[in-house]
Ligand binder design. Sequence first.
Ligand SMILES: [Zn+2]
Length: 296
Amino acid sequence: MRIGAIEAGGTKFVCGIGNERGDIEDRVSFPTERPEETLRQVIEYFQDKNVEAIGIGSFGPIDIDPASPTYGFVTTTPKPGWGNYDFLGAMKRAFDVPYGWDTDVNAAAFGEATWGAAQGLDSCVYYTIGTGVGVGVYAEGRLVHGLVHPEGGHVLTRRHPEDDFAGVCPYHGDCLEGMAAGPALEKRWGAKGAELGADHPAWGIEAFYIAQAVSSAILLLSPKRVILGGGVMKQEQLFPLVRAEVRRLLAGYVRAEAIADGIDAYIVPPGLGDNAGLSGALALGRAAWEREAAAR
Ligand SMILES: [Zn+2]
C-alpha cells in the first residue's frame, strides 16, 4: 500500500509517502506560507505518487467533527490566510481518496500508539512542548475528540514560588503554554532553551510546570503511558526532573507500578523521535483506508 502523510505545522509542512507497516519511503518539507501557496506545493508533491489514502495531522484549532458544516477547516488561527480555511476540502478536490484528519498532536499520539512508545497499549497521552504546547489523547483504543478537541496546552498551572514571569499566552498569560513553551523560556531567561546549560535553574522551573500538567493528565485520564515530545523536550535533563516532580505531586496517591517503580519507562520521549507526527499522519491515512474498505 502507498499512503500519503501530511504533518501540517504552523511553521513547516512535512509531506511523505509510506506503507501500512509504518515505513516512510519518501518525504519533503517546506515552510508554511499562505494556504493557497502551501497547498499548491502539497498537491504537486502527491500528484504522481498514486496514494490510496492520505492522513493529515494539522496545526489548529481545526474542525474534526464529521457532522459539522466546517469539518476539515482550520478555524480560528491568527496565521495569515488560514483562519476559516477549508484545508481538507482543498485536498479532496485534488485527490479522491479516503482521508484521515485530526490534530497534529492527536496524530502523533496515534503514531506512538501504533508504532512507537505506546505500541500495544490502548491509551497514551502525547505532549508536544515547543513553540506552543499541545496534547493528543488516545484512550480505550481511539483518539479523543469531544466538544472540539483537547487543548491541554492551555491548562492552568500553580505558579513556582520563585517565578514572577507574566507568561506569554495571548489568551491566558500564565497557562502551561504561557509558562513553559519555548518562547516563554526565551523571554524569561533572555536566551533560547538550547543555549542554557543543562544545569541552569530554568529546567527545574520548566519541569515544575510540565509535571503539573502531566500529573493532572494522569489523575484525569489514567493513561498507560505519557510521551513528551517537541523542541523543548530535546533537553533530555528535563525527563528525570519531570518524573521526580510528578511523583512528588502525586504523593503516592495513584497506586500503580508504573509510577511507584517504573516511571522511567512511563514518562518517556517519543519512540518514533522526530517522525512521530509524520508516522501518525500515516497511521491516520491507513485507518481511513481501513474504514472505507470495511464499509464497502
Ligand atoms: Zn493559554
